[in-house]
Design a protein around this ligand. Structure first.
Ligand code: FNR
Length: 185
């Protein structure tokens, strides 16, 4: 049966470059792997009171969807040198109620991009800090930092830079090989 890999994008923008990277990965899923986008824009801001009741309707399907994934890919921009609030909110929602984290033990891959040269390094590494606490074994190498991302796509949103395409496809394979290790022992 197909293994399921969830993709979470840290931007809600319609023309988001990170969404375009995520779409490229979804279009290049290897045989036997299903890559599926997990939406986060519908999640109200997390409030710990919700753990005691009146939980927003969208929380439960989101948590269930994450739990049903065998692995998670994060594709994110950087906002003010960190993870966009919308992504951090999704991480917080998925992590609660205490002791029922949807993220626990799921292998993760972090892809970051920016329209400048720095490639969202700050967001990439702040995200990794949360993944340590969430007990998500994260692909270490190769790291994926995509610079000047606006230059890599055509008007239709297709990736036109084959060097980047090959790097993303190869690293997706590396991630799958990495994630498979966690079923071994
Ligand atoms: C940005 N941007 C940005 N870029 C960067 O490299 N480092 C940063 O700290 C920030 N900070 C930042 C804050 C806010 C509020 C916005 C809206 C933008 C620019 C960012 O890289 C650019 O908008 C990307 O296009 C965002 O990614 P998507 O939406 O194209 O996926």
């Amino acid at each position: 049966s197909n293994k399921k890999i969830g993709i979470i994008v840290g931007s809600l923008r319609k023309e988001s470059f990170n969404k375009k990277i995520a779409n490229y990965l979804m279009q290049h899923a290897p045989e036997g792997y299903q890559l599926e986008c997990i939406e986060i824009g519908q999640l109200p801001l997390y409030n710990q009171d919700y753990d005691e009741g009146n939980t927003p309707q969208s929380y439960s399907p989101f948590r269930t969807k994450v739990k049903n994934m065998d692995a998670i890919i994060f594709v994110t921009p950087e906002y003010n040198r960190s993870v966009p609030g919308v992504l951090k909110n999704a991480i917080d929602v998925g992590s609660r109620p205490y002791g029922q984290s949807a993220w626990d033990g799921k292998p993760a891959w972090v892809v970051s991009s920016s329209i400048g040269n720095l490639s969202a390094f700050g967001a990439n590494h702040h995200l990794r800090q949360s993944l340590v606490f969430l007990n998500m074994p994260t692909l270490q190498q190769p790291e994926v930092y995509i610079a000047n991302v606006q230059k890599l796509f055509d008007e239709q949103g297709n990736l036109t830079d084959e060097k980047t395409g090959k790097f993303l496809r190869d690293t997706l394979s590396s991630f799958i090989a990495f994630a498979k290790r966690f079923d071994k022992l």
